[in-house]
Design a protein around this ligand. Structure first.
Ligand code: PLP
Length: 397
């Protein structure tokens, strides 16, 4: 007889499956690259966040191997105990220089960086304002912080201002994604910085998808808009996406970083990332800064895809980033198209609620500098084929 635990959980799983919301994992049997092996089958994949194609780069691999032969694998302790190695330290200094901030602080993941920074900066009696399309880690952190938590309409400055007008909180924190992870569009950062300044609020930008991709040198959304530490005092970036490695950082003033070292619990109470991972990230940071062709190639692929998708009447979003979602609508159709693509050897994940709003299920198509124009044409041809087979309301609404 199954346990009380299983008897409680099983109906919830059944419910999720019936709603076409059940999530399953695929098993990758190759490196992360455009042509992957998944569950024994080869696919052309458009679903990784390895935007610059660095996750499997020989320089990055070599840096990891060399550092592992010197430092070993595990860091063995948290940063504040004895786990902070010279590779971590050098990476922090390089990240600060690259983003034009006084200091940077490494975290083991982006989820933890957001959790750590937000809960260290605001609490009971304070107020936090988040774009309603912010990443789950930012929303979770806002809720956990104990500050009065409000979500404002997506990229809507007057909605934000109305909410700011009604608060008497001493500390006011505004938090947005630089590039929104499921839509690919960009936050209006210069205007947000002005609103923050006018209202004596602090602005935090999660640049998980801008770092490496946007800006002249790849330093991200702040560089794209020319915003300094004064305008965006709390900058978060992740290292598992365009940097092709693992981990995350918060960059800002000396005082901010020292405060996080003292008060950010997900920084303090966790094992430091392996030093070799930091060394690998340093190698990818050099590639981000020197190989501008990667961003140029990405932009070519994006433009080519958008032109082709528009010719097919696909519903694109206002995105200049490597995230190019195609909105399908209902969950079942999004899943069906994703399955039909898989039958044709193309891997794209259908993103469904609760990750996106009900009725806005989508194919989250992402590009990497390793993709070719020919591969984008293969994707467009497959989409054209599949949509022709689908009922009209799905294909054109
Ligand atoms: C991926 C992501 C994170 C989490 O970063 P991890 O390093 O994967 O934990 C945070 N914010 C945004 C916007 C993301 O896309």
């Amino acid at each position: 007889m199954s346990s009380h635990l299983d008897q409680t959980l099983a109906p919830l799983l059944a419910e999720r499956r019936a709603a076409h919301l059940y999530r399953t994992r695929k098993t990758l049997q190759s490196p992360q690259q455009p042509e992957v092996m998944v569950d024994g089958k080869k696919y052309l994949a458009f679903c990784s966040n390895d935007y610059l194609g660095l996750a499997n780069h020989p320089d990055v691999i070599a840096a990891l191997q060399t550092a592992a032969s010197y430092y070993g694998v595990g860091s063995g302790a948290s940063h504040l105990v004895a786990g902070h190695s010279s590779e971590h330290h050098a990476l922090e200094e390089e990240l600060a220089a690259f983003t034009g901030r006084e200091r940077a602080l490494l975290f083991s993941t982006g989820y933890m960086a957001n959790m750590g920074a937000i809960t260290a900066l605001v609490g009971q009696g304070d107020a936090i304002f988040e774009d309603r399309l912010n990443h789950a880690s930012l929303l979770d952190a806002g809720l956990l912080s104990g500050a009065r938590f409000q979500r404002f309409l997506h990229n809507d400055l007057s909605n934000l201002q109305n909410r700011l007008d009604k608060t008497a909180a001493a500390r006011k924190l505004i938090v947005v994604d630089g590039v929104f992870s499921m839509d690919g569009d960009t936050a209006p950062l210069p205007e947000l910085a002005a609103v923050a300044q006018k209202n004596a609020a602090w602005l935090m930008v999660d640049d998980a998808h801008g770092f490496g991709c946007l800006g002249k040198t790849g330093a991200g959304t702040c560089e794209h808009f020319g915003l300094t530490q004064n305008e965006v005092p709390i900058l978060m970036g992740t290292l598992g996406k365009a940097a092709g490695s693992f981990g995350a950082f918060i960059a800002g003033s000396e005082t901010l970083v020292e405060s996080l070292i003292q008060f950010a619990r997900p920084y303090i109470y966790t094992t430091a990332m392996p030093p070799a991972v930091a060394a690998a990230t340093r190698a990818s940071l050099r590639l981000i800064q020197t190989e501008h062709w990667r961003r140029e190639q990405l932009n070519k692929l994006i433009a080519h895809f958008r032109a082709g998708a528009q010719a097919l009447n696909l519903q694109l979003m206002e995105s200049a980033s490597p995230i190019q979602p195609v909105v399908i609508g209902d969950e079942a159709s999004a899943l069906l198209i994703s399955q039909k693509l898989a039958e044709r050897g193309i891997l794209i994940i259908a993103i469904r609620p609760p990750t996106v709003a009900a009725g806005s299920s989508r194919l989250r198509i992402t590009f990497s500098a390793q993709h070719s124009i020919v591969q984008v044409d293969q994707l467009l041809a497959a989409l054209a084929d599949i949509l022709q087979e689908m009922p009209r309301e799905v294909a054109h609404d």
